[in-house]
Design a protein around this ligand. Structure first.
Ligand code: FES
Ligand code: FES
Length: 154
């Protein structure tokens, strides 16, 4: 038995402690916003927050997150998340959408620690989240837009 906290709720789960967090989220908790792609920490599709930090969940065992706060795209909320969602919609950022939960989770972690990021800050923070559709410029613009909204809204 393993007890983990996800999106503010406590879950007691009968899983092998070595199970990657990604599979616990997707299969046990049905939080399918977190995506599986490479499985080897190369694409960023599986990004969630662990204690507020953007973290890849495909190679992180469930036992490693006991006692920590896990947030998935389904539980991402607050002023930064609102500003990002609005900017994403305004900028019509997603194409196929597959990578976008990982992009948004990474962008949210960035803006919470750096509310006024430069292009270079954005490129560095977002560099490990790949997008086959090439939405990088739209993502960068949307993060700047969200930063402006967040600044004026708070
Ligand atoms: S599925 Fe985790 S980084 Fe690709
Ligand atoms: S929007 Fe299609 S992979 Fe990024």
């Amino acid at each position: 038995m393993l007890t983990i906290r996800v999106n503010g709720a406590i879950h007691r789960l009968d899983v092998d402690p070595d199970t990657p967090l990604l599979w616990v989220l997707r299969e046990q908790l049905e939080l399918t916003g977190v995506k599986y792609s490479c499985g080897i920490e190369e694409c960023g599709a599986c990004t969630v927050h662990v204690d507020g930090k953007a973290t890849l969940s495909c190679n992180l065992s469930a036992s490693e997150v006991v006692g920590k706060e896990i947030t998935t795209i389904e539980g991402l909320k607050g002023p930064v998340a609102d500003a990002l969602r609005e900017a994403w919609m305004e900028g019509d950022v997603p194409q196929c959408g597959f990578c976008q939960p990982g992009q948004l989770m990474t962008a949210a972690a960035l803006l919470r620690t750096n509310p006024n990021p430069s292009d270079a800050d954005i490129d560095t923070a977002m560099s490990y989240v790949l997008c086959r559709c090439g939405t990088y410029q739209g993502i960068r613009n949307a993060i700047h837009q969200a930063a402006r909204r967040y600044k004026h809204g708070k």
